[in-house]
Design a protein around this ligand. Sequence first.
Ligand code: HSE
Length: 292
Amino acid sequence: MVTVRAPATSANLGSGFDVFGAALGRPADIVRVEKADRTTIDVTGVGSQYIPEDPEKNTVGAVAEALEAPAHIEIDKGVRPASGLGSSAASAAAAAVGLNELYDRGLSREALVPIAAEGEAVVSGAAHADNVAPSIMGGFTIARSDGVTAVDASIPLVTCLPEVVVSTRDARGVVPDGAHMEDVVEVVGNAATLAVGMARDDPGLVGRGMDDSIVTPARAELIAGYEAVRSAAFDAGATGVTISGAGPAVIAACHERDRQTIAGTMLDAFEDAGVDARAYQTRIGRGAEVFE
Ligand code: HSE
């Protein structure tokens, strides 16, 4: 049996739609895999009642199939489904890393990314790798069609998760079909700034580079209280604030000294909007870890 802890992740980071991702220090999924003649799945933990155990419909079933590695797979969910914190990706990443180990497939972490992304397609309809890449490799990741670049970083973060559900399919449905050239130019500048900020581990540059005028405004409409929460976080010292992944979680980059205050003000702003929420004070962290 192999046990793997794979972290929650935040995709997009505003300016890097379907490209940027970051591993979060917490929360995480724990997945145990054991060899079997056919794949069976048990799910427990946060939101497990909403997750199908049929291997045809579960993200880890597609991973087991792609690796030709049938197994009994136990998923202990720490990452709430439909949160914007890479819930399905954490399970897919853990399964890919665990089954690779269990069956001695010898694949590199980077080679496991497209395999875990197949699991994402089962849930969201698109095999985007921007959550599975950081969950497998850790740090800040740039997922391109030809591979992944990963950068170690430890930027302090707050992720604030409201008690509402936004499905990735719905959030992808509001993404505009095209963009004006002036918005593209601005977002390219922001994305480049963010990437340099990650390489320098500079919360100011990372936050400055999170602005996105193409995808985020359309998705913000799906999250009650988003604008108020964003303003509150900036007032409390956040260097950048945006929607985490497809939402509804909101992510703020910051200096460590401001993190606790930012978490409190974001929670207050959601409460004022009539929305219960919880906040994780965290930072960019490690990728999937294997325990024998
Ligand atoms: N990049 C994806 C999206 C992440 O924003 O739809 C979904 O978790």
